[in-house]
Design a protein around this ligand. Sequence first.
Ligand code: SF4
Length: 294
Amino acid sequence: MRKGILEELNKSSVTVTDIANQSWCEYKVFLSCTQKEGQTKAMRIGEAIHMNLQKEVYKELSVEPVNYPDVFYKNAYENIMTMKSVVENGKGRELKIEGDIDGFTIRGKIDELLVENGETIIVENKTTLKENGRHTDAMREMHSVQAMVYRMLFKDILEKRYTFKRYYDTNGVGRMKLSPQFIQGLKEIGIKDDMMNIGAICLSMFESYQQLPKISDTLMIRYLDRVSMEVVEEVRIKYDAQWLKNILDRDFLFWNKKKSPEPVPKEESWKCKSCYFLKIRKCSFGVSYLEQQS
Ligand code: SF4
């Protein structure tokens, strides 16, 4: 795994959200890695809506994890259930995904997989306020990057550029040991003996991905009203490999420590108004933009 700036930021991987957020403000990504960003009301509501959506089609493992390997097992089990739901019902939610970009481990969670006309569409659900109207181009770009990165990572798994072996080695699966309490819980819900170890469940997860109908070139960004949860807008975009490559080439200069994190340019200083780091006066760029305006 490439280290780049990760060690300094005390991170083990880059998240898909980090990459998407770089399109909004790279300096904000840097600040949120070094100091905890306070949760806004909108973020709390967004999280609750995601939880509700997840419950509609998500099959959670009922056994409580005790240690990290147990959690790892639970994630793989639930990913298999999500794949089963996509194949059987045409819809699955909250698929935890891992891959590689430029030697960095990338992790994220796909909001939804939806089968339409025999193809699987990757869907990003975003919460908004209906009265705010349509989304700005800057928001669209950020959401498009997120959906496209998920599609790229998922394709890498399906086409075996990111293999089970790579996943196994990156996460040290061979060294993981389930807790006795968790194993007992798995027995009680009828998990077979040959599925009682992390390597077997992870292999089964990789195999389950191959059952999925073909991944579509179309991606969907669905905007949901934060109050009523009704769909405000569904935007369909086409996967554009070259556009995404240009964005990633730019963004990974930061992760590879080839440049310092950049704040928003002056003409986009409107983004600072809603920024937590300006509110707590931790961003000197935002403060200076504000002073110039007053
Ligand atoms: S205040 Fe502006 S420049 Fe600073 S982190 Fe926030 S959005 Fe970026």
